[in-house]
Design a protein around this ligand. Structure first.
Ligand code: GLN
Length: 483
């Protein structure tokens, strides 16, 4: 095991410094993290890529001219395609599937010298808020193993919270990076829609899906993000980035106006969550910023709108899983229709089927105008709430999740209560804006996340504010029993 100051217990940044200074080798760092991954109490990983990770570390150690993230291990949500490494998206229908190519964002990290440790557990096709919809295993929250890590990127969040990886990638459609980051006491960021190429991200709802980083500090998250953003010819919705993402160093928030969403600070938000968020926001003024209450009247329709648009898009995206092109198939089918029905009936889980049915219904002729078109109009109104708010404030704040981590099994029988877990994150997704969740304290001994959202492409301002607040809050989350 590696000696401190480098190793599993320190930030990515500190490890990079130690690697550069020659205090630790890439191989040491990979070995230390893989050793930590052997402890499978949390069920964070679906697959480890040990042999390749070690071989790559040796290659990097032998290089004279090392790339910027040389030797840094990273864990990858199983929704991202990785060449030759089994990629299941948490579903039986993709069991054993080995992609022919690597997602652009992962490829960019690898080119920058990062080393993939393995693939992390997730809700099947990223549909869920607890990672209990994975077809393979349960992931447990490192703060309390009877509780969920959040979802759908629960494996990536748990791996970072349990010090099995210094950072990781998740994907966020309606909250799947920010919500598990909040529940596991780490930092999670969803950038502006289009910031990171979706090429190689298995599609759930294409107009909402975004990749983003999990980390233990805001600076680490910014650093990982900075290596992934930018236009990719393979994803027509990816965008040129207006300015480089910079690792934040702001100590103050002078002149920064923060609007707290009234609708997300009242009923439905656990009192312990609300008070942790209030205490955290109390630091804004001592840092030179100001806090005002704002109203976002269309937010109350956010969940209903999302649960039409996301299922509608998924019903189209998941049509490709036909038992012919990828993964599993029902071998005994006699006709083509049989083949589709048996394959999809057997290998999709219940939540995925529910979403496909909802989406197909919402798009059916006769219902299309009443549901899908109406939802698109509500989406526009939510966007306008943000536009109006940003005329008076620089950042919009709220809790990330209405509750702390809930117990395993507590919400599985009631999809609506599960959907409520994303009530604070969904409006930001519908508007395509960047947002970050930072740990801001504890309630009932469990971590609480503060969500900050910014106008499109204002990642640098958002990261500066998040970093300054993180320092002022001074809360270093450590799950019980971890150093
Ligand atoms: N929990 C939400 C859903 O189930 C969001 C998931 C996500 O962001 N991928 O759709």
């Amino acid at each position: 095991m590696t000696q401190l100051p480098a190793g599993v217990w320190v930030s990515a940044e500190e490890n990079i410094a130690a690697l550069r200074g020659g205090d630790v080798s890439a191989r040491d760092l990979v070995d230390a993290h893989l050793a930590r991954c052997e402890d499978d109490r949390w069920g964070a990983f679906l697959a480890l890529d040990e042999e390749r990770a070690r071989a790559r570390a040796d290659e990097i150690d032998a290089m004279d001219d090392k790339p910027p993230l040389a030797g840094m291990p990273v864990a990858i949500k199983d929704a991202l395609s990785t060449r030759d490494l089994v990629t299941t998206c948490g579903s039986r229908i993709l069991e054993g599937f080995r992609p022919l190519y690597t997602a652009t964002c992962v490829d960019r990290l690898e080119r920058a010298g990062a080393i993939v440790l393995g693939k992390t557990n997730m809700d099947e096709f990223a549909m869920g808020s607890s990672t209990e919809n994975s077809a393979y295993q349960v992931t447990r929250n490192p703060w309390d193993t009877d509780r969920v890590p959040g979802g759908s990127s629960g494996g990536s969040a748990a791996a970072v919270a349990a010090f099995q990886a210094p950072w990781s990638l998740g994907s966020d459609t309606g909250g799947s990076i920010r919500q598990p980051a909040a529940l596991c006491g780490i930092v999670g960021m969803k950038p502006t829609y289009g910031a990171i190429s979706r090429y190689g991200l298995i599609a759930f709802a294409s107009s909402l899906d975004q990749v983003g980083p999990f980390s233990r500090t805001v600076r680490d998250g910014a650093l990982l993000l900075s290596h992934m953003v930018g236009r990719d010819p393979l994803d027509a919705t990816s965008l040129d980035w207006p300015e480089p993402v910079k690792v934040p160093d702001a100590e103050r928030m002078d002149g920064v106006r923060v609007g707290v969403v009234r609708e997300l600070m009242g009923e439905g938000i656990e009192p312990g969550v609300r008070s942790a968020v209030e205490v955290a926001l109390g630091h804004v003024e001592s840092l030179g910023g100001s806090v005002v209450e704002i109203s976002m009247p269309s937010f109350e329709h956010g969940l209903a709108c999302y649960y039409l648009i996301a299922p509608a898009e998924c019903s189209a995206n998941l049509a490709r899983f036909d038992g012919i092109r990828y993964g599993q198939r029902a071998e005994e089918a006699e006709t083509l229709l049989d083949h589709y029905e048996l394959t999809r009936g057997r290998f999709f889980g219940p939540e995925v089927k529910r979403r496909i049915m909802l989406g197909t219904f919402a798009l059916a002729s006769g219902y299309y105008d009443a549901y899908y078109v109406r939802a698109q109009k509500v989406r526009t109104l939510i966007g306008r709430d943000f536009t109006r708010a940003f005329e008076g404030v620089d950042l919009v704040a709220s809790p990330t999740s209405p509750s702390v981590a809930f117990r395993l099994g507590e919400r599985t029988a009631d999809p609506l209560s599960m959907y409520l877990a994303d009530v604070c994150t969904i409006p930001v997704s519908l508007a395509g804006l960047p947002a970050i969740s930072i740990p801001c304290g504890l309630s009932e001994g469990l971590p609480v996340g503060l969500q900050l959202a910014a106008p499109a492409f204002r990642e640098n301002g958002l990261l500066d504010a998040a970093h300054a607040l993180e320092q002022a809050i001074g809360f270093v989350p450590r799950p019980p029993g971890m150093v």
